[in-house]
Design a protein around this ligand. Structure first.
Ligand code: NAD
Length: 368
């Protein structure tokens, strides 16, 4: 059987810096765990514009469609702010998401004990937190028609339309139930069925898919506003939360900040299964290209390393190795190795990006 494949797109700013540390991790798994991955590299974002006049070439897009997974660093930067909208770095990212039809966005909010002090909530509320928000990514109010700003009499009216088909709801619900089966078998679906028809349909379809295909998974429903309150009050009551594009955008950002730093947050965007049964998939840290620290060896590579851990789990069926990698990152933090973003002002000398990567490799070695 051929090796699993990975397309690496480091992108701009700190993207290539954090990706260099992930490459060390990939090489380690190849050498020490006999987990060989066929890696190819490409350009996306501003660096692709510089080289080819477009943020994503057709060749790179075609390669992304062929591989088992894409791992992306970050795109953008002030150098590209004045470019025409059609060739802005972000267009490369959006084209990947759209053409790969990545409808299920997984955003874990996991609080490593060593970082509980960085949360805006009390440590006892977030310590040990481990939840995943599944956000529908390709439909809903950000895409629905009609939309626009029109004139009505003497005033302007802004219009956006929340629109979901049954099949769009069903496929993201399945994605959440499948995920729950790999975790604690618990899903909470969030909408506003009390005031929105699309919310009523959302609730009905999620319930129908549950009853017909996933009766073993515990399913609850919650209004999204109440869900936001519960996430702040007692987040550990949740395991998998599934919600639409708009509510997911807000709830996942909110849940993410329960855990402290942007430099720690991975994400996965999944689509329909390919011929080999694996879902189309792109993994990327939540953070951007951080131009304020780019080129200074200050970036925390953990979010990108943890994004690769998600690829191990969801694209390569290597759940045990994913856990090994997550535990290695946790050990590094517990041992007090910190990049600048994870330190208080008087915390001493921070680790550089590559020192943090090396510490993860050392922790992986120690795990053998
Ligand atoms: P950002 O995430 O790049 O940075 C926000 C702050 O967090 C900065 O102070 C930065 O130094 C810090 N930070 C981010 N990642 C870090 C890491 N790994 N380690 C340590 N500190 C880290 O967001 P921004 O400043 O709003 O955007 C900068 C550029 O990135 C813009 O061009 C924006 O469009 C782009 N962006 C890209 C993506 C993406 O590629 N997915 C996401 C968000 C923003």
């Amino acid at each position: 059987m051929s090796n699993p494949s990975l397309l690496i797109l480091p992108g701009d700013g700190i993207g290539p810096e954090v990706m260099a540390e992930v490459v060390k991790v990939i090489d380690w798994f190849g050498d020490k765990r006999d987990l060989k991955i066929d890696v190819s590299h490409g350009l996306v974002g501003g660096c692709s514009y510089d080289a080819h006049g477009t943020p994503l070439t057709d060749e790179t897009m075609a390669r992304a469609q062929e591989v088992d997974a894409v791992l992306l660093g970050a795109v953008g930067g002030p150098k590209y702010d004045d470019l025409d909208f059609s060739v802005k770095p972000e267009r490369g990212l959006l084209r990947l998401r759209k053409e790969m039809d990545l409808y299920s966005n997984l955003r874990p909010a996991q609080c490593f004990d060593a970082l509980a002090e960085f949360s805006s909530l009390k440590p006892e509320i977030v310590s040990g937190l481990d939840i995943v928000i599944v956000r529908e990514l390709t439909s809903g109010i950000y895409f629905g028609e009609p939309r626009g700003i029109i004139k009505e009499g003497n005033e302007r009216v802004g219009i956006n339309t929340q629109r979901y088909t049954e099949s769009e709801i069903a496929r993201v619900a399945r994605s959440a139930f499948e995920l729950a089966r790999r975790r604690s078998n618990k899903v909470c679906s969030m909408e506003k069925a009390n005031v929105m028809e699309s919310g009523i349909l959302w609730r009905d379809v999620v319930q129908e898919i549950h009853d017909a295909e996933y009766p073993d998974v515990e399913l609850t429903h919650m209004y999204a506003d109440a869900g936001a309150m519960q996430l702040c009050r007692y987040p550990k009551q949740f395991d998998v939360i599934v919600t639409d594009n708009l509510f997911g955008d807000m709830l996942s950002d909110m849940a993410a900040m329960l855990t402290g730093s942007l430099g720690m947050l991975p994400s996965a965007s999944l689509g329909s299964p390919m011929e080999n049964g694996r879902p189309k998939a792109m993994y990327e840290p939540v953070h951007g290209s951080a131009p304020d620290i780019a080129g200074q060896a200050k970036a925390n590579p953990s979010a990108c390393i943890l994004s690769f851990a998600m690829a191990l789990r969801y694209s390569y069926d290597q759940g045990d190795e994913a856990t090994r990698l997550e535990k290695a990152v946790e050990k590094v933090l517990a041992d007090g190795v910190r990049t600048a973003d994870l330190m208080q002002a008087d915390g001493g000398t921070p680790a550089t990006t590559s020192e943090m990567g090396d510490a993860v490799i050392a922790a992986l070695e120690a795990s053998l």
